[in-house]
Design a protein around this ligand. Structure first.
Ligand SMILES: Cc1cc2nc3c(=O)[nH]c(=O)nc-3n(C[C@H](O)[C@H](O)[C@H](O)COP(=O)(O)OP(=O)(O)OC[C@H]3O[C@@H](n4cnc5c(N)ncnc54)[C@H](O)[C@@H]3O)c2cc1C
Length: 391
């Protein structure tokens, strides 16, 4: 692996300028205000504007709705997006589902979905977790049954389908054969969310996020919406799960750590804490002169490097654990002003310290909890036996 610095071409530097101008125009204060209000992880204006430039699927050819960019240019776009901290949850889930649709979707489905993803008109979300449990995905109970016309009818419920209210499709993990061992009776579908029998109800989290409970009541879908083989859903699903857990083969310049998604708020926290540390307080003292402040901020810089380097589930655990730990330590260090929320008079740095502490807690849960990630490291890295069943 080459860790050397990359010399950017004129074209790549120009792209960086365009990306910066783009976010100056579209990542407005109104976008961030709306996100604080809704917690949806999505901005319609921003997402569609990305689509117009071919920047949702930047490696695709322009005639496919992409921008024909190379891996370095894509990384430039990602870095600029990350630096701005724009709402990007639906952007992320759409990409996870896209991997599955490309790998396992019928021709009819890919023809329908891919152009819309590129333009921004089609967004997709993840319908894995059920009210009775998320960690044991194979215990899925949502039922899909064949109909006489070769289609399917679905009944069941999913919890925490984040972004469903802004998406056109969800992946749906269903039980198609209840009489075989649980991993073998699962089938995946890409289900339209605007059809009869689908009901979306909001859930708001302590971290300020909006997610959803989605109910499926006699929902009819045709077989073209199936992803992968009937009863072979566990294998199909592993493509998306590996991607989400950062276990996929590194392609181009993609980061291999499963923790980068959690490192984003930590990086943003560091940036705001450093600005706070440089600013003189009312008594004229500068926080940065205090060695304890310098030590904590330096430790966060080191955390970020370690998270980036830790592969797959190890990065996922570190990313969340460090965010939980450091956001609490920053509140302690900065004091009462850090506990004021965005709307509070005198809130520091737009209330980010208070928000980050709340937000951090959920990062230990979604995408598979850090407990489950520890099990994965124990089994796959240390070669330890599977943990005993809890039930
Ligand atoms: C904000 C938010 C957004 C989410 N977005 C989505 C989404 O878009 N799509 C989606 O499908 N899901 C989503 N989820 C659901 C998330 O993936 C699940 O909450 C998670 O997988 C845990 O499942 P559970 O909540 O049912 O907890 P359970 O599986 O019931 O677990 C309860 C506790 O037991 C522990 N535990 C369970 N099994 C084991 C074991 N074998 N070993 C050790 N400890 C164990 C867990 O770590 C946890 O602490 C979201 C959740 C949140 C909070």
């Amino acid at each position: 692996m080459d860790f050397g610095k990359i010399a950017l071409t004129r074209e790549q530097l120009d792209l960086w300028d365009s990306a910066s101008e783009f976010y100056d125009t579209y990542a407005t204060e109104a976008v961030y205000d709306e996100e604080r209000r809704s917690g949806s992880g999505y901005s319609d204006t921003l997402h569609k504007a990305l689509g117009e430039r071919g920047w949702i699927t930047p490696t695709w050819r322009p005639e496919e709705g992409g921008a024909g960019l190379d891996a370095v240019s894509v990384r430039i776009l990602e870095l600029e997006m990350e630096r701005r901290g724009v709402p990007d949850i639906t952007f992320g889930t759409t990409h996870l589902v896209l991997t599955l649709v490309e790998a396992s979707g019928s021709d009819a489905l890919t023809r329908k979905v891919l152009p819309g993803v590129a333009s921004g008109d089609i967004r997709m979300c993840l319908g894995y977790t059920e009210p009775d449990g998320g960690s044991d995905l194979a215990a899925v109970r949502t039922r899909a049954q064949r109909t006489e016309d070769g289609g399917w009818v679905v009944n069941g419920a999913k919890m925490f389908t984040t972004g469903a209210h802004n998406c056109q499709y969800t992946i749906l993990v269903t039980r198609t054969d209840p009489d075989v061992p649980k991993h073998r009776g699962i089938t995946l579908f890409l289900v339209p969310l605007d059809i009869s029998g689908v009901e979306i109800r909001p859930i708001h989290t302590v971290g300020g996020e909006r997610t959803n409970a989605v109910f499926y009541d006699d929902v009819r879908i045709d077989d073209d919406h199936r992803l992968g083989p009937v009863n072979g859903g566990w294998g199909t699903l592993s493509i998306a799960l590996k991607q989400e857990h950062g276990q996929y083969e590194a392609t181009g310049l993609n980061e291999i750590s499963g923790g980068m998604v959690y490192a984003k708020p930590l990086r943003s926290l560091l940036w705001h804490a450093t600005r706070w540390a440089r600013t003189p307080g009312v008594d004229g003292t500068v926080p940065f002169d205090d060695p304890r402040v310098r030590a904590l901020l330096s430790e966060i810089v080191i955390d970020l490097e370690i998270i980036r380097a830790a592969p797959g589930s190890m990065g996922r655990i570190l990313g969340s654990d460090r965010l939980v730990q450091r956001s609490a330590e920053l509140l302690d260090m900065i004091g009462a002003e850090a506990i004021l929320s965005h709307d509070g008079a005198g809130a520091l740095e737009g209330g980010i310290f208070e928000w980050a502490h709340r937000y951090a807690q959920g990062t230990a849960i979604y995408g598979g909890t850090t407990d489950i990630a520890r099990n994965i490291v124990a089994q796959h890295t240390l070669g330890l036996p599977r943990p005993p069943k809890l039930d």
